[in-house]
Design a protein around this ligand. Structure first.
Ligand code: KG4
Ligand code: ZN
Length: 366
């Protein structure tokens, strides 16, 4: 089953064609360079950029298929396909697509609506079924996305404890089976990625903060120099809160009498955020007895976090998984297509395409 998936929940305009867990084409247009000077996602700009790019991104994802379908290749030579109008090419390619998938939430309302509008248009024009997908499910299933050749194999072994760490979310989720989620705990305020982004802003390091903090910290061997608070690690629950840490970091920086080293600050802040994530993950494992951890979301790209979590799971004799390719840690449509495949297997298609709407605060629990 070939699925054309669309994702526009934040600042990436993305489309992919997937078949089962395999990715046949994958296009991501990142708006990061546009939002950089605002120090975060600027909604009106994101909306306009999605509007401008969505058609091109979807067309490119479809056109990549053209070289991958033997029948089409023999019928129409490449030189002829170039002469095809984009519309004809789309029509040809859409014949190969079995259904559509789109992220409906959580995310930025004005961004979500652009992807949804495009998916609805295509579903109606080409008479295809449409599957709605939760962005957070995508980050979990990103661990099971395979390349075109079907690698990595990685089979499902439920139950899993899922740790989602992104710019918008920090959540621990219990997953007992496909598409079955129970939120064990989440952040009360800022997400882990958001905390890193804000700290980087305070340090004048630009946006997005996660990658630059990672680089700065590695310069000082990821050591902890200032021992900032590890919020809520003493409380016996699985909730996170990073806004207090950000505030104490802010006041710490106001002390003009101290000469700071930016790398040491970045490294210490990163340690505080990651130790908190590790402590809460450890507590979730203790509570549930599940020792198989799936990690997803933008922050899961961080090598130091990966090391800390690997050490935790090794000590507990457990298993840990990260998205197998770097692009799968950030936002992309391939992960949305793979979730949609499992929804399609259960017949979970949208009943009424007209009624599909964005759900900016959509939860992953049913
Ligand atoms: O999953 P994502 O692309 O978008 C959301 O769904 O939010 O996550 C973006 C977040 C940003 O906060 C960014 O700073 C963080 O992921 N991030 C990282 C790294 N790369 C991206 N954080 C830590 N280390 C990284 N290497
Ligand atoms: Zn995301």
């Amino acid at each position: 089953m070939k699925i054309l998936a669309i994702e526009t929940s934040a600042d990436e305009t993305a489309a992919a064609v997937t078949e089962g867990r395999n990715v046949l084409s994958n296009i991501i247009f990142s708006q990061i360079s546009m939002h950089k000077k605002w120090g975060g996602i600027f909604p009106a700009l994101a909306k306009r950029a999605h509007e401008e790019r969505i058609d091109g991104v979807v067309e490119e994802a479809l056109s990549k298929l053209r070289y991958q379908t033997p029948n089409f290749k023999t019928k129409v030579r490449v030189s002829k396909t170039i002469k095809l109008s984009t519309e004809r090419l789309n029509d040809e390619m859409m014949k190969r697509i079995n259904c559509l998938a789109v992220t409906v939430g959580p995310g930025l309302a004005v961004a979500l609506e652009i992807g949804i509008k495009k998916a609805k248009e295509l579903a109606q024009r080409y008479q295809k079924k449409l599957i709605t997908v939760n962005h957070l499910e995508g980050h979990i299933y990103s661990n099971f996305v395979r390349n075109r050749s079907g690698n990595p194999q990685r089979e499902f072994k439920f139950p899993y404890l899922c740790l989602i760490v992104s710019g918008g979310h920090t959540e621990l989720v219990l997953m007992n089976n496909h598409l079955s989620y129970k939120v064990l705990g989440e952040t009360r305020d800022d997400a882990a990625g958001e905390a890193l982004d804000k700290a980087a802003k305070l340090l004048g390091l630009g946006y997005p903060g996660g990658p630059v903090i990672e680089r700065m910290a590695s310069k000082v061997k990821n050591k902890d120099f200032y021992n900032f608070p590890r919020p809520m690690t003493k409380s016996q629950n699985l909730e996170f809160s990073f806004s207090g840490l950000k505030t104490s970091f802010y006041y710490f920086l106001q002390n003009e009498n101290i000469k700071y080293n930016i790398s040491e600050l970045a490294s210490s802040f990163q340690n505080a955020v990651f130790d908190t994530i590790v402590a809460k993950s450890a507590f979730a494992i203790k509570q549930t007895g599940v020792r198989r951890l799936l990690v997803g979301g933008g922050v899961s790209a961080n090598q130091f976090l990966r090391k800390k979590l690997r050490t935790l799971m090794k000590g507990l004799n457990g298993e840990i998984y990260f998205p197998p390719f770097r692009y799968l840690t950030g936002d992309n449509a391939a992960m949305i297509g793979v979730v949609a495949y499992y929804k399609a297997k259960k017949g979970l298609f949208a009943d009424n395409v007209d009624r599909i709407d964005r759900i900016p605060r959509l939860s992953i629990s049913l």
